[in-house]
Design a protein around this ligand. Structure first.
Ligand code: AMP
Length: 113
C-alpha cells in the first residue's frame, strides 16, 4: 500500500530501529515508547487491522505469535510483557496496518483501557 506508514517502513523509505526481520514479518521499536521496551511487530503484507484477518492470511499472524516470545526473550522480558493490538477508532488505532505492540520492562498497570 503506497500511502501506508508501516508499508513505507517495510520498504525502507521511512527509517526504523529494526529488532527482527524475516520474509514475513518486521519488528521495530515504537517511536513513542510507552514502556522501557516497546516494540511493534507487523506483517509485511498489508492487513489493515485485526478485522482484516481471514483464513487466507492468518498464517502470518500465527508466525508473528511464534516470533513474539523469541523477541521477548532477546529483550530480557523474563518477568513478563503485554501484547496489544488496537483495532479501529474506539480502540485508538492510529496506523491502519496490523501491528502487535510488545510492552515490557516495568510492571504494567492492570487496567485494559
Ligand atoms: P496504534 O495507536 O495502536 O495504531 O499504534 C501505532 C503506533 O505506531 C504508536 O504507538 C506510534 O507511536 C507508533 N509509530 C508511529 N509512527 C512510527 C514510526 N515512524 N516508527 C515507529 N513507530 C511509530
Amino acid at each position: 500500500m503506497t500511502n501506508c506508514l508501516f508499508c513505507k517502513i517495510i520498504a525502507g523509505t521511512i527509517p526504523s530501529t529494526k529488532v527482527y526481520e524475516d520474509d514475513l514479518v518486521l519488528a521495530f521499536r515504537d517511536i513513542a515508547p510507552q514502556a522501557p521496551t516497546h516494540i511493534l511487530v507487523i506483517p509485511k503484507t498489508h492487513i489493515p487491522s485485526v478485522d482484516g484477518i481471514t483464513a487466507e492470511n492468518s498464517a502470518v499472524v500465527a508466525h508473528i505469535f511464534e516470533i513474539i516470545p523469541a523477541i521477548a526473550k532477546a529483550e530480557g522480558l523474563e518477568k513478563g510483557y503485554r501484547v496489544v493490538s488496537n483495532c479501529g477508532e474506539h480502540a485508538g488505532q492510529t496506523v491502519r496496518h496490523l501491528h502487535f505492540h510488545i510492552l515490557g520492562g516495568r510492571e504494567l498497570n492492570l487496567e485494559m483501557a
